[in-house]
Each structure stands twice: as structure tokens, then as C-alpha cells.
Design a protein around this ligand. Sequence first.
Ligand code: ADP
Ligand code: MG
Length: 275
Amino acid sequence: MLKLKYEKLKYFIKMSIINIESLTKKFPVGKGEFTALKNVNLQFGKGEFAGLVGPSGSGKTTLLNIIGSLDNPSDGKVEVLGQSISALTNKQSAKLRNKHIGFIFQTYNLLPVYTVYENVEFALLLQNLSASERKKAVMDALEWVGLTDKVKSKPAMLSGGECQRVAIARSMVKKPEIVLADEPTANLDSANSHHILQTMKKLNRELETTFIFATHDEKVMQYLERIVSLKDGQIISDKLFNSEPESRNPEFRTRNLPDSVIQAGFEPGTLNPEL
Ligand code: ADP
Ligand code: MG
């Protein structure tokens, strides 16, 4: 009983590290404009393992790019780690990305002429670290993803699953608060997808990194602890889950979420058997 209360308390005191209010994103198209995100309200706390889910064109990548400070809101407020995205200069947003946000893409985006080691080290070059500190961080990151025996390989010598594990190491080597993963399993077979998801889940637990995925892959959804569904640029539901795949259909339990999430379409009956 006491443990239950403590777990509940722990959830409520979790700080929101991403705070999105009334976000709208419009793109110029021809002489007019296209609204890709409409009045999105959303918050993410430290250590979440969450996903933006929805059909192609629903706005997942657009939302992830704005959270990652790769693009700006047209309207509304987006705060990441206390910084307002639209107020940042290019230099400030580069600093936010370099220090605090890791990116994982569908196509891995590794540098082909660099070795595995150099690809991971690349993410640290803008940080003020000594060569020995860099080496330790790179080797630790490669150990997290089980690739210490491939340090000297070039990406062309690796399988797709191994390339994505290098990309995970690159995203995690600076121990960012947030990792954004856009369709990370889209080019992988089932076994490799599960492998990289288990790796990311482990890092999420051990380092308390917040992971946010954009995906329509059912395999990814099995691992997510929270699924935010998007349709035509709007949130249509926001649900919490126990992360273990086998316990995805149990009794429903409501958990108090921030008002903004509820207004954005949180459906009562959301579950998390732990609470
Ligand atoms: P998803 O990642 O869910 O597939 P996106 O966020 O990539 O969706 O795109 C959402 C919508 O916004 C799509 O209709 C897409 O065509 C449009 N869109 C995205 N980026 C641009 C852009 N730079 N210019 C014009 N339209 C865009
Ligand atoms: Mg996309």
C-alpha cells in the first residue's frame, strides 16, 4: 500500500521537460498554406517512453522536428528544458540540440567514410571534452548497444540493425535528456526491431532519458508506455500503458494527467496497472 502511494507520488512530482501549448504549424504551399499541426497541447515528463502515432501525413515528423528545435512553431508555445523554441537564435538552438537532444532517423544517417567509433565520437566534437574523456564516452556508448567489437568497421560493412545501433550510440553518447526517434524501425526486420527497442528501453530505464518516437509500427507500439495518437495534425487520444508487451490488454485505470493533455483528447479509461 505504501509502495503504491510512493509510486503515485513519484509520478505527480515528475517535472514536465517538454511543454507544448496551442501549437499550430503552417507550411506555405503554392500561394496558400497548409496547416500540418492544429492547436496541439502536450507535455512530456522526464524519463517517459512515449510515441506519436498516426497515419502517414498526420504530423508526427513535424511535431518531432519542432520539439527537436529543427523547425519553429507558427503559433503557440513550445518549451523544451525550460527554453522557448521560437525565441532561440540559430546558435542557441544548435546548442540545445548538441548538448541535450539526441536524434535517431529511419535512414540511420551515418557518415559512410567514418568508422563506427568516429561516427559516435562525432556527436561529441562540439563539446569541451578531453580526448580521453571522449574515448571513454564513445566506448561506453558502444558497449550500451553491444558493438564494441565493431569500432573500426565502416557503415557499409554493417547490417541495418547494426547501423541503427550505431545511431543509437551516437544519439546517447552525450547523455542527452531527450532522444527523438523518427520511424527508427522502418528499415529493419522484426528481430532487429525488437533488439533496438529493447536497447532503447534499457537506456531509458538506466539513464532516465526521455524517448519520443514517431511511428506507425505496431512493434514499436508494444514497447511504448504512452501513445499519443495524431490525425490530420490534431491529437485524438493520449493513453498510458504498462510497457511489458504481454500486459497490454489489462484492466483500465485512469491516471491524472495535466489539464492540457486532457483537453487535447485524453480518453478516460487509460491504463497503467502499476498505479
Ligand atoms: P508524418 O510524419 O505523420 O507522416 P509529416 O509531419 O511529415 O507527417 O507531415 C504532415 C503534413 O504536413 C503532410 O501533409 C505533409 O505533406 C505536410 N508537410 C510537411 N512538411 C512540409 C513542408 N516543408 N512543406 C509543405 N508541407 C509539408
Ligand atoms: Mg514522418
